[in-house]
Design a protein around this ligand. Structure first.
Ligand SMILES: [Zn+2]
Length: 316
């Protein structure tokens, strides 16, 4: 008997992405659907094409360009924060105990302020090939991998420079590795605060004729009318970097931060007393040291004009 309580259509459509097989399941209910793919003609072919493209954006290890760049996987680390698992895929040199402690500590620290951003984080990728930061021309510490992974802040990339033995540029109260991770996670609030932050702290877009070149060659169409309120030179690059740098100061050295910016962040992201039970970072061994795979089953909701995706568990 067909009931409305269970209106799923279990129609699996096979899909292969870079040698990995998965299935698309069409469903009629939308519970946790989070991603909308626009589709004017949700035919089976178009579902497959769009799903393939979308999976490629979302899962860094499906990008042949990235996998070529990274080379063989050297180490895999499981960081457990309570129920949440974050995997570190290391394509660089062996991590030390201090490195593992630093990664874990930065995640714990940040989760006291924006726990949802740490909950969104799935992977940390350590890229062994050092890149240059296009804002300041210095060696890059980290970034978010492109595509939807970036929009959802799921995959954080660290470069060797993040591990150099020094203090972070914002303050000597935090080392470079932990400061870098906090800075990158700080970017996860950009979209939520940028309108208010820009208005309060003097950031504005300029006409194309006034676009300025940053020391690293990047073009910035943002200027700040109150650069003296920025906590570092780097924070003056654009509004987004200003927020991320300010977050490092807010958490690690609040006295260093402009009072208005401190009040802004404190009001929106107060420190929470969170106890994380069983936090650990441990290196995996043998067969466990492998790249993730695409989910075996991905559910889509069919709607005229849209496909809505519900992701299954990524790590297997
Ligand atoms: Zn940044």
């Amino acid at each position: 008997m067909l009931t409305t309580a269970n209106p799923e259509i279990n129609e699996a459509i096979p899909l292969e992405v870079v040698g990995q097989k998965t299935s698309l399941l069409r469903v009629l209910t939308k519970e946790d659907a989070s991603i909308v793919i626009k589709s004017n003609d949700p035919s089976i072919n178009s579902i497959q094409d769009q799903a393939r493209e979308e999976l490629g954006w979302e899962h860094w290890w499906l990008s042949e360009l990235l996998v070529d760049r990274f080379g063989p996987l050297k180490e895999k680390v499981l960081v457990k924060l309570g129920d949440h698992s974050i995997y570190v895929y290391n394509f660089w040199q062996e991590l030390t105990e201090d490195d593992l402690r630093g990664i874990k500590q930065a995640l714990i620290t940040f989760s006291r302020y924006v726990p949802e951003s740490v909950a969104d984080l799935e992977d940390i990728v350590i890229d062994g090939k050092q890149a240059v930061n296009s804002n300041d021309g210095e060696p890059k510490n980290g970034d978010w991998l492109s595509g939807r992974a970036s929009a959802h802040y799921k995959t954080l990339r660290l470069f060797p420079n993040a591990f150099k033995d020094s203090v972070h540029r914002v303050t000597d109260k935090v080392n470079n590795l932990e400061g870098t991770i906090i800075h990158e996670l700080g970017h996860s609030i950009n979209k939520k605060v940028d309108v208010d932050w820009s208005r309060e702290f003097g950031w504005r877009m300029v006409d194309s004729k006034d676009i300025r070149a940053l020391p690293g060659g990047e073009k910035s169409s943002y200027i700040c009318d109150m650069p003296e309120r920025c906590v570092t030179e780097y924070a003056r690059a654009n509004e987004s970097e200003d927020v991320a740098e300010s977050f490092v100061a807010y958490i690690c050295d609040p006295e260093k931060l402009d009072e208005g910016k401190l009040a802004f962040l404190r009001a929106r992201y107060p420190r929470k007393e969170i106890t994380i039970v069983g936090a650990e970072a441990k290196k995996l061994e043998g067969q466990e040291v492998k790249l993730p795979r695409v989910p075996r089953l991905i559910k889509y909701l069919l709607r005229p004009g849209y496909l809505i995706k519900e992701a299954g568990p990524v790590h297997q």
